[in-house]
Ligand binder design. Sequence first.
Ligand code: AMP
Ligand code: MG
Length: 486
Amino acid sequence: MKALDELTFDNRFARLGDAFSTSVLPEPIAEPRLVVASDAAMALLDLDPTEAHSPVFAELFSGHKLWAEAEPRAMVYSGHQFGSYNPRLGDGRGLLLGEVRNDAGEYWDLHLKGAGQTPYSRMGDGRAVLRSSIREFLASEALHALGIASNRALCVIGSNTPVWRETQEHAAMLLRLAPSHVRFGHFEYFYYTRQPEQQKILAEHVLNHHFPECRDQPEPYLAMFRSIVERNAELIAHWQAYGFCHGVMNTDNMSILGITFDFGPFAFLDDFDARFVCNHSDDQGRYSYSNQVPIAHWNLSALAQALTPFISVEALRETLALFLPLYEAHYLDLMRRRLGLTHAEDADKALIEGLLQVMQQGAVDYTLFFRKLGDQPAEAALRVVRDDFVDLASFDRWSEDYLARIAREPGNSEKRRARMHAVNPLYILRNYLAQRAIEAAEAGDYSEVRRLHQVLCTPFDEQPGMEAYAERPPEWGKHLEISCSS
Ligand code: AMP
Ligand code: MG
């Protein structure tokens, strides 16, 4: 276990030079204080968890102190936002402080969000508010605990620095970790600004450090693109299977590593609704829950366009065409597990689609449905969940199909319960739970954020005394309007 001053830095991205990022110092926030830290994320850096409570921890992650070996840089990128190309984005309020190599030899980007203005801030103040920093922290760690690839979050530091959004709020900083912060939009930037040499340097960097297994392939860049397609297919399958809505799937928010990244007004589904739009500012519903699949495909095609200097259009097209079948295979696999099915049958797809159709008409809690379905032997469980459905005739028909299907599965109902509970969480980051924790934190009480974080760290385990965190939202918590402002 290391102390904060014992981290080993090796800033590979910073060394790519000024064409890729700009040196900027963080702008401190006033009276920094620890809101919440993740022991598990600290462990990725081999950090002793007690370090979170040392005064220097809050100083380092609020811009007051810096390691001598850190080289804070704002990265340049562009991207397609809501379908339109924006030629210049970049880290407008975040800084890559440096890359830390842990004892296992893994590299972690230390990225400080809310660190002040940069050359890419455009009209923005360079800040992040406490509310959105807490949401991003909780979601990063909760997704990871669910087995969904995500950037990680080390801590949130609060402050007294006022910032203006719809009203006056307080600035915070979020320290997030990822093996890389390179986005689809990085490749788009060098493509559309016609900088082929720089684009090649970027591609080599990503290939060498993040896709080393592709180096030995006959066409390394094509193998890398294929891997990006595969990882995103797997990621989006997880989002859909677990009801996660990202909210702002612009290409600048898509990680080259296929991890969940740059959270906006995200949400987990409460009641199942395929048309759900979590971003209150998304009038057209471009990033609705069910659109996430075609949008991911669209985003990958935007990346493919940016890779045309390196890979033939035909090969790119063929590889892109793998996305939907790969997505579907992963999705069906995850949904089968959620239903307690251990082997595949041809009719499973229709069984899953049929379930979602009946769910859509009722007010069925997407998370609790699966949990309750595994709680008891199938017949008894179906009687319990039946109450939430509106179209009972259709649900009863589905139940019969499900019972017939489950009868062809091996093992007793105790085994079925264990395998279903291992994949069906009891606790998810519901908007209303986040909202309650945020309101307490805004009033200076961080205990609820910390408790909620703890609960979400083991989402599949029943946690005595925490039953309230597994409940469906109250009426006020169902229709929270989460906007883009953060
Ligand atoms: P986002 O919607 O958070 O992914 O941000 C899109 C772009 O706007 C990125 O380039 C961000 O760095 C930038 N941005 C968002 N909020 C701010 C802010 N408050 N100040 C400066 N830049 C920002
Ligand atoms: Mg972004």
